[in-house]
Design a protein around this ligand. Structure first.
Ligand SMILES: *Cc1c(COP(=O)(O)O)cnc(C)c1O
Length: 236
């Protein structure tokens, strides 16, 4: 199958999942997780109609941006961002989805202030409290939002999560549902510089479940581009 055919099929699945959940399919954005796929593949995905691209590594972002790979659609950063690489990402992407520490939040605020812009971000939540994953604990969120609301060069657009791959569907529903509840909690409180319209969750293996639980942005790699070849030397 071509990238075009895959994106077409995915759109149908998104539509079905949304309708089954009584939701408007237009509420759900399709983010192409482009890691390890080259600029030509990224351009094909954009031509096929994905809503945005998500890059994981700063080096890949720089290389593909130099080739105009993201021309025509917004690009997001979705990987773990080291504070010393913040200057390569702030102002260069439309959304940093993966803000996972106060230190990173502060570094982004500082760099955005230096550049004289406001950076949109999502807060990454470690929703299953996994030791192997970064992100804020759900209990921390209120305090983090309080801090972020005082940062004039940061605009919090919502939340992001990478829940564990679950064997049973009911298990991942629990995590997706928790994320949705968190989003509702924040929306009812009012913070400056915070507007919770994005809930980024769901990957190739579980995006329909994520949509059933309220996801507004699914991040798909394999489903769009096919399996990644980890034996090939990564580009960057
Ligand atoms: C790679 C990646 C995805 C997509 O994963 P697939 O299983 O290939 O769809 C989504 N989100 C993040 C943060 C990723 O790194």
């Amino acid at each position: 199958m071509s990238i075009h055919q895959r994106v077409y099929a995915i759109r149908k699945q998104i539509e079905q999942a949304a309708i089954s959940a009584g939701r408007d399919p237009k509420e759900i954005l399709l983010c192409a997780a482009t890691k390890m796929n080259d600029a030509a593949a990224v351009q094909q995905a954009i031509a096929a109609g994905v809503d945005c691209c998500g890059e994981n590594r700063v080096q890949e972002l720089k290389e593909k941006a130099a080739l105009n790979a993201y021309a025509g659609k917004p690009v997001h950063f979705i990987g773990h961002l080291q504070t010393n690489k913040v200057k390569d990402v702030v102002g260069k992407v439309d959304l940093i989805q993966s803000v996972d520490s106060v230190r990173l939040l502060q570094a982004i605020e500082k760099e955005a202030a230096r550049q004289g812009l406001v950076q949109s971000i999502l807060l990454e939540i470690n929703i299953a409290s996994e030791a192997s994953k970064s992100g804020f604990a759900p209990e921390e969120l209120a305090d983090i939002l309080e801090q972020a609301s005082k940062m004039e060069h940061i605009f919090v657009r919502g939340l992001m999560a990478i829940p564990p791959i679950c064997q049973k569907k009911t298990e991942n529903h629990k995590f997706f549902q928790k994320m949705c509840n968190l989003t509702v909690d924040i929306t009812t409180k009012k913070y400056d510089n915070v507007s919770v319209d994005i809930l980024s969750m769901g990957m190739s293996g579980d995006f329909e479940d994520a949509i059933a639980c309220g996801s507004t942005m699914v991040r798909l790699g394999t489903a769009i581009f096919g399996a990644r070849n980890y034996n090939q030397s990564p580009k960057g």
